[in-house]
Design a protein around this ligand. Sequence first.
Ligand SMILES: [Zn+2]
Length: 151
Amino acid sequence: MKIALLQARGAAEKSACSGRFQASQGLLRGIFRTRGILMHELSLAESMLNAALRTDGVTADNLTGVNIRCGAMSGVSVQTLEFCVRLVCEQLDAGEVSVKIEEIPVGLRCKCGHNYEAVDVFSECPECGGSEHGVICGKDVLLESVEVKDG
Ligand SMILES: [Zn+2]
């Protein structure tokens, strides 16, 4: 069963989490500090799983999948984020959880009005060749949905 969660925005989530979860955070922080890995992805992973577990029908026991959309300009490493999500799942004593992270290209809107996708913000407009544009998407990391056991 798939539960859509697009409104749960990882970066914005700061929540009251369960005692069990809080206990695991200290441990995780310790691991990460010693390995010198950026904390950003870990915080995101924690807040996304917090959001998932606050959703009706989702528990650490029945969670089987996490689907994330990661903007190319979010500054988040997909590999690191996946690693962190798995780590947090482990700390939550979740069973086998599949982690899918879809990378979303940067969406730019040129001064000429043309919208286009690009690998980075330096890409020129395919319509007019201009390079003055605004970023319309690709900065966010979103928890799109989670999968839980049926029944
Ligand atoms: Zn243009």
